[in-house]
Structure formats: C-alpha cells, structure tokens
Design a binder for this molecule. Structure first.
Ligand code: ZN
Length: 159
C-alpha cells in the first residue's frame, strides 16, 4: 500500500520536482530502504525524465512565424476603418484643380457654421438679458408686497 502511494508520487509530483520538505524526505527515505521502489524510481527517471534533459529549444525559422502571422485573421478596428475610408477619400483632395475649390467650400462652411452658432448664442444671451430686465422691472406681485410689510394674513385679520 505504501509502495503504491510512493510509486504514484514518484510518477507525478516527485518526477516533476513539485514536492517540498517533508513529503519529499519521506519518499527519499523510503526509496533508500525499499529496493523495489528505488528500482521503479530509477526506471521512471531514465525513461520519462532523462530524455527531456538533453532537449534544446529549437529556433523557429522566421518564415514560419511570418506564415503563422499571415494566417491569423485580423480584426479590423473602427479606427482602421475610418483611416481606410479617409485614405480612399483623400485622392479627391489631391486632385489638383478641384482641391482649392473644395478647400474654399470647406472654409466657407466652417466660417458660416461658426458665425451662425455665434449669432444664435448671442440671440440667446440677449433674450436672457431682456427677460432678466423685464423681471427686475415688473412690479412685485401684490401678494409679495403684502408679505414684505411683515404682515401675515392672520396678523392682518387680528390687527
Ligand atoms: Zn516501496
């Protein structure tokens, strides 16, 4: 029973050198006293561990990486799509005779929009000022002027 457990560990964690401290010590002391398990451990080491020790990491030829890269589907981002679209549109702007006209139209549109929104904003400001002045000039609400004379309706009733 103990030998089976030892052999299981020799095949797994002991082989992978994943054991620490006490358990590893227990296994090694068992291996020192049990010829059967010691033979098993040597066998495992020789057939399962040693062959991998001499392995050298092979250098992958650059063309293999290139081929892998070429075969990975590329997810096109929105930014790339916009860039692609702009790249398709730009020839229009690089058309020699049309370019200044388009640039002029663009400038006019920008200036026009700026002036238009500026005027709208100004109108809003003027409207606000007029409303504020109107509010200041409006005679106070009769109810409010009564209150401002420090008399509540009840006081007025009794006085
Ligand atoms: Zn044993």
């Amino acid at each position: 029973m103990l030998c089976k457990a030892i052999k299981d560990l020799v095949l797994t964690d002991y082989l992978d050198q994943q054991l620490d401290g006490e358990l590893k010590g227990n296994i090694e002391s068992h291996l020192a006293t049990c010829p059967d398990c010691a033979a098993f451990a040597r066998d495992v080491q020789k057939t399962l561990a040693d062959p991998f020790k001499s392995i050298v990491r092979q250098k992958v030829p650059e063309r293999v990486w290139e081929s892998i890269k070429a075969n990975i589907p590329v997810k096109v981002s929105l930014a790339d799509k916009v860039t692609g679209l702009l790249e398709r549109i730009t020839p229009v702007f690089s058309f020699p005779r049309l370019s200044p006209i388009l640039a002029g139209v663009a400038v006019m549109l920008i200036v026009g929009a700026t002036v238009f929104y500026g005027q709208q904003a100004k109108q809003v400001r003027v409207k606000e000022q007029v409303e504020y002045l109107a509010y200041l000039l409006t005679p106070a609400d009769p109810q409010e002027s009564e209150n401002s004379s420090m008399e509540t309706p009840i006081e007025k009733y009794f006085l």
